[in-house]
Design a protein around this ligand. Structure first.
Ligand code: WTA
Length: 649
């Protein structure tokens, strides 16, 4: 277990909800009492309250065959209908669903009626291209309205989307397309980032060249107008095709357990896992948490979650949660500091954003830039702030609350994962006394515990392993095509308790503090990366004989990728270590994607190994973080660290 404790465990600041906030808050304390009295019944009630069911369910949870759960099994619904049509039918068609802001400054306001109309046409288009219920569609798009339209159109016809983040390489995209056996890819000519157009269609072309695939068509949205290569018969322009289809489309009901999407995430091995989510339970918990954790008042709030739809946060809190709840939200295409350093704050001022949900890594970069930047903008519309992706250190929490939030509004730190589908641990604003740096308490209806390595509940304030002890509606239903890996990864360790892979402890009030991953998964800027995946990429390069990767603490990105590489004998002396290191950094970035680019690659003569040949990453982490090297007595060769240190320092 490599739990790192890098924050202030003596945190004693508490922030009471203001009486005015508490009085108007959506969440009421009886949520906790109701859920405690009858957890399963509580979720049944939420599912009925928050969603429209074409066929009401009579069974709530089936946990007779753990770890395979079903929720609301005999109920039927249409996910897109819940996100769109019913708001229009209820008379809210003129409400803005999306204030879209392109990076170059172009913008579009889209009402619920307009979004519904676009999704209906897109659903007809997918059907005309031969996509039917259960088929997989890969979506590789920038943050433009068509990304949301595509996801909802796929959901509307009961097909399954696999959204791939636009920063991933041809290799990464290819392996995801192949694993899911996608029939269709939806992409664009490109998007805008950091003031420049970047290509996407080109990456799709390169991915599809790697091998024969199941892809029949590539549907291309025009965004940048840059030139693209074209494969006749396979490639189709979105606009041309949409113009040909019917405007009307009736949303058919699908079973609650109809698969909704696959989202790939990094695990402890080199191969990303396709996390599978289904419809009814997922939608219930995303809608419930979006409403209660963010205190959403859909008639008056303007909500903004800054995550890309390529990550789970974008799925649950840009697309499904907010739209199910009929929220008005901002969708922004670009980078936070383009073309001006205060771009985000300018957007908040422009749309009078009242709820902001973002990641600690962003907050820390803004802290570095200084408060004079946000202070140039009117941020008084904000009334609630959220954080997700990694532990937020108390100093960043306080800065967020004061500099961005004006000093008195709630900040909620939300813990969850791609696998959990929706928020699991968070304060509820208006109820919970807030404590900077702690994710605090399980949401109503979710059961969390902290166990020792041998499965005993940890009492007191010692650290242990975070588990979910009871099934929850938005839980993953499996790993695409790999039921064994699903069981092995999450359920083998503690039987029918879900093992999250995070370390945690409770403080004397019982509040939960997350302590980081306990496996070989890194968290860089809130993105999950696997040490094994980056190691295999390094070893695949002709320069490399052996490689070891660690996540080292980093002031801005939380963790940073640091690699230690032994060159092949025949490569030694061919170029300088600096050149080799630069070459390898670029190689990883090309092979996996820019987010995986190592901060440093150290060329070393040896790696520290135990007598059984296992690399001792703990020692490399000490080195990468500039700490005193820990216990080296289990090393096969104790002099190794000295020779590595000579190279590194
Ligand atoms: C980490 C992102 C501490 C954690 C939603 C988890 C957090 C992994 C928090 C999941 C938080 C996420 N405090 N750690 N509030 N939120 N994490 O799948 O290690 O991209 O296991 O989902 O991020 O990352 P994922």
């Amino acid at each position: 277990m490599n739990v790192q404790i890098d924050h202030n465990l003596e945190e004693i600041r508490r922030f009471r909800p203001s009486p005015e906030f508490a009085a108007g808050a959506i969440a009421k304390p009886d949520l906790y009492t109701d859920a405690a009295a009858d957890r399963v019944g509580f979720w049944g009630e939420q599912a009925r309250d928050l969603l429209h069911w074409h066929t009401p369910f009579t069974k709530t949870l089936d946990w007779s065959n753990p770890p395979f759960a079903t929720w609301f099994e005999d109920g039927e619904l249409n996910v897109a209908y819940n996100c769109l049509d019913r708001h229009v039918l209820a008379g809210n068609g003129e409400r803005i669903a999306i204030h879209w802001e392109g990076e170059p400054g172009d913008s579009r306001d889209i009402t619920y009626a307009q979004l519904t109309a676009e999704v209906k046409k897109a659903a007809n288009l997918l059907t005309s291209l031969g996509v039917s219920a259960g088929d997989r569609v890969a979506i590789y798009l920038p943050m433009i309205p068509e990304a949301v339209v595509s996801m909802l159109a796929v959901a509307r016809i009961g097909a399954i989307h696999s959204v791939v983040f636009g920063g991933f390489s041809p290799d990464s995209l290819h392996s995801r397309i192949v694993d899911a056996e996608a029939k269709l890819v939806i992409t664009s000519d490109g998007g805008y980032r950091k003031g420049r157009p970047f290509p996407l269609k080109e990456t799709v072309d390169a991915a599809l060249e790697k091998s024969e695939t199941t892809v029949e068509h590539v549907l291309v949205v025009k965004r940048t107008g840059e030139d693209v290569a074209w494969t006749e018969g396979r490639d189709l322009w979105w606009d041309d095709e949409i113009a040909l289809v019917d405007a009307d489309h009736e949303a058919k009901a699908f079973p609650a357990e109809q698969p909704l999407f696959i989202l790939y995430t990094s695990g402890t091995t080199g191969k990303p896992k396709g996390i599978l989510h289904t419809s009814g339970g997922y939608l219930t918990q995303t809608a419930f948490t979006h409403r209660n954790v963010f205190d959403l008042h859909p008639e008056t709030d303007v909500y903004w979650c800054t995550a890309d739809v390529g990550w789970i946060t974008g799925h649950s809190y840009v697309v499904y949660g907010p739209l199910t709840n009929g929220a008005t939200q901002v969708l922004y295409e670009g980078t936070p500091d383009t073309p001006i350093p205060g771009r985000w704050w300018q957007i908040i001022e422009k749309y009078r954003v009242s709820i902001l949900y973002t990641a600690p890594t962003a907050i820390r970069s803004f802290m570095k830039m200084g408060r004079q930047i946000p202070q140039q903008f009117d941020l008084r519309s904000l009334r609630l702030l959220g954080s997700v992706g990694e532990p937020i250190n108390p100093e960043a929490w306080i800065w967020y609350r004061h500099v961005i939030g004006g000093g008195s509004i709630p900040v909620v730190d939300t813990w969850w994962q791609t696998e959990t589908g929706a928020i699991m641990i968070s304060a509820l604003p208006g109820i919970t006394d807030l404590k900077p740096g702690s994710a605090q308490v399980a949401i109503p209806g979710v059961s969390i515990d902290i166990l020792s390595d041998d499965g005993e509940p940890v009492t007191g304030t010692d650290g242990g392993l975070l588990v979910v002890t009871e099934p929850w509606p938005s839980m993953l239903r499996g790993i695409w095509g790999d039921p064994e890996r699903f069981t092995e990864t999450y359920w083998e360790k503690f039987g029918d308790k879900y093992f999250a892979g995070d370390g945690a402890r409770r403080d004397t009030d019982g509040d939960i503090w997350l302590l980081g991953r306990v496996d070989d998964v890194m968290n860089v800027s809130g993105h999950r990366l696997s040490t094994a995946e980056i190691e295999s990429s390094l070893v695949a390069h002709d320069l490399t004989a052996e490689a070891a990767v660690v996540g080292a603490a980093d002031e801005t990105t939380g963790q940073a990728v640091v690699a230690f590489v032994i060159l092949k004998e025949r490569q030694q002396g061919v170029m300088t270590n600096e050149e080799a290191s630069e070459l390898l950094r670029t190689h990883v970035s090309k092979q996996i994607g820019a987010i995986a680019r190592p901060r440093q690659v150290f060329i070393v003569p040896e790696l520290p190994k135990t007598r059984s040949g296992k690399i001792m990453r703990r020692l490399l982490r000490d080195l990468a973080e500039g700490r005193e090297i820990g216990d080296t007595t289990t090393l096969a060769e104790t002099s190794v660290m000295t020779s590595i240190m000579e190279q590194v320092r």
